[in-house]
Design a protein around this ligand. Structure first.
Ligand SMILES: NC(=O)c1ccc[n+]([C@@H]2O[C@H](COP(=O)([O-])OP(=O)(O)OC[C@H]3O[C@@H](n4cnc5c(N)ncnc54)[C@H](OP(=O)(O)O)[C@@H]3O)[C@@H](O)[C@H]2O)c1
Length: 301
């Protein structure tokens, strides 16, 4: 059992990192609520898996309907958690969706939708959860970012990369604005895991197929090469469980020991170096502004 048992909400827990994180945290002894959309329809088997695991392993693990694209859904999910458990300690912002294709071939509505899931979704969950955390005077936000917003990243993933960069920027500002409420922040930065999650499998594609085809005539070969070489950069022993393990490790650290950012990047795209430099520049700038106290206590500086 965890020495300090926490009530933890994980968004997007029907598959991939979110599913493994929910299982891992529950096995570590925490009270875990796996947020999923379509719990009575498409994700009913994932809900059943949660129920089965909770029973067979005597875990404090349950699921809740949570579509991050609906404020009503986020509000209802948090209300249900507080009703059942009287508190909420940690939110893991994990729900996300990727798209692949030439930037120009995505309609503005598609770009908006990608941001709606990856960025605005976290805002909906925050607006539901933060009043509870602020009321408690304690809590932790764990944001599942992406090495794409810090390190080297290939073309033809622009809408997704832009959204993850926006989410990272939101997380940074939130960190400074929440620290005085006793609410901590850690951004988990996974590199590419091309198998073991639905990330690449369920990726969306441009609606404007004619424009995408125009790029294919000039870039088709490069795109095919990237599609082949990206998985080759991921070492064969890269294990998606390592992301879940890192999230669980971070949550179990004492409040004043958690890193502001932590990288799990088997393909080593350089994001760790960029993060170190960016965090130092930010610390110096905060110092010049006289607001260094608003930096997460434990920023890796
Ligand atoms: N795999 C990688 O290479 C990689 C690298 C860096 C960062 N990430 C990030 O890691 C996170 C998890 O991705 P993954 O690799 O584990 O892929 P995944 O298996 O596709 O998981 C994505 C999860 O997000 C959920 N989701 C999507 N839209 C949602 C919505 N509107 N409301 C609630 N849940 C929603 C999905 O639910 P449904 O089953 O209902 O669609 C799914 O459970 C994402 O934020 C992703 O950006 C992944």
């Amino acid at each position: 059992m965890a020495a300090d048992r926490k009530v933890i909400l994980v968004t997007g827990a029907s598959s991939g990192f979110g599913r493994l994180t929910a299982h891992t945290l529950a096995r570590a002894g925490h009270v875990v609520i796996a947020g999923m959309r379509a719990t009575r329809e498409r994700n009913a088997p994932a809900v059943e898996e949660i129920r089965r695991l909770a029973t067979t392993e005597s875990l404090l693990l349950s699921s809740v309907e949570l579509d991050v694209q609906s404020q009503a859904s986020a509000d209802a999910a948090v209300a249900e958690i507080v009703e059942c458990h009287s508190r909420l300690d940690v939110v893991v912002h994990n729900a996300g969706h990727m798209v692949l294709g030439p930037a120009e071939a995505f309609t503005p509505e598609q770009i908006t939708a990608v941001h709606d899931i990856n960025v605005v979704g976290t805002q909906r969950v925050n607006r539901a959860a933060l009043p509870v955390l602020r009321g408690q005077g304690s809590g932790l936000l764990v944001w599942v970012g992406s090495s794409s917003s810090r390190g080297g990243h290939p073309p033809f993933l622009a809408p997704y990369f832009a959204a993850k960069a926006a989410m990272d920027a939101l997380a940074e500002s939130y960190a400074a604005e929440l620290i005085r409420f006793g609410i901590g922040t850690t951004i988990i930065v996974p590199g590419a895991f091309t198998s073991g999650t639905n990330h690449f499998l369920h990726a969306g594609h441009p609606a404007d197929e004619a424009t995408a085809a125009a790029y294919d005539s000039l870039y088709g070969e490069i795109r095919a090469t990237i599609d082949k070489r990206l998985p080759e950069l991921v070492p064969p022993d890269a294990d998606v469980q390592s992301v879940a393990d890192e999230i669980a490790r971070i949550i179990d650290l004492p409040d004043d020991r958690r890193p502001f950012r932590t990288h799990v990047d088997p393909s080593r795209d350089g994001s760790e170096v960029v993060s170190a430099v960016a965090d130092r520049i930010r610390a110096e700038f905060y110092h010049r502004l006289g607001i260094e106290g608003l930096l997460p206590l434990n920023a890796s500086l």
